[in-house]
Ligand binder design. Structure first.
Ligand code: SF4
Length: 223
């Protein structure tokens, strides 16, 4: 398949291959497209280097697609930073879908998800109070979620955990019938503790650990 040249560009922090460490695709080889820039500033952010809007470099969409083809993995994750903060991400997502790959989009959900093309699997990271950014949650985005999407919560402590339980109950998230991921913040909360809480509460969620950090450690980037 030829690649249509595109004048539209995005600011890219890095494109690399690794094991998808999160979501229901955890453990799967994946091409990561990490976009630069994020309007949020979460306390637990593990990619602070991608927050500045002037980080990274501009690449046209067709060059990004060429790089994705070079890696050749059927799973591609568009992440950040905050991908939806860049207008041209929609063009990129449409181009990736034409590559007949599974396209995941990880987003904080602080921007309108109604613009995301059908076929893209959204991982919406609902911000907990421990992130310091819970006020940025755009709750109306929940109505845009569909089969194939996932919701993720990163929790720092028991207060975050109780907050998540309340959100699930008050917003009837279990009725969406999509995976609800509960991810303890790295080194802030032991996964075993969260597992005990979940079992005791019979919580309808899936414990998520960041597999890539267990494989390579938390200091290494680009893996
Ligand atoms: S939304 Fe994601 S990239 Fe942005 S500050 Fe929060 S954790 Fe970091």
């Amino acid at each position: 398949m030829t690649i249509e040249p595109s004048s539209k560009s995005l600011r890219i922090h890095e494109i690399y291959q690794s094991i998808q460490g999160e979501s229901t695709f955890a453990g799967t080889p994946c091409t990561f497209i990490r976009l630069a820039g994020c309007p949020l500033n979460c306390l637990y952010c593990d990619t602070p280097q991608a927050i500045p809007t002037d980080s990274g470099s501009a690449f046209p969409v067709h060059e990004i697609i060429e790089k994705v083809r070079t890696f050749g993995h059927p799973l591609v994750l568009v992440t950040g930073g905050e991908p939806l903060a860049q207008r041209n991400v929609i063009e990129l997502l449409k181009a990736l879908l034409k590559e007949a790959v599974t396209v995941q989009l990880e987003t904080a959900g602080a921007h309108d998800l109604g613009r995301v093309p059908d076929g893209v699997s959204i991982i919406m990271d609902i911000k907990t109070p421990g992130s310091g950014e819970a006020a940025r949650n755009r709750w109306e985005n929940i109505s845009h979620l569909k089969a194939g999407d996932e919701i993720k919560f990163v929790i720092n402590d028991r207060d975050d955990y109780e907050w998540v339980k309340k959100v699930i109950r008050d917003r009837s998230l279990a009725e969406l019938k999509i995976p609800l991921l509960l991810s303890p913040a790295w080194k802030a909360l032991p996964p075993a503790t969260v597992a005990e809480w979940m079992l005791k509460d019979r919580l309808p969620m899936r414990l998520q650990i960041q597999q890539h950090k267990y494989i390579w450690g938390d200091e290494v980037t680009g893996v």
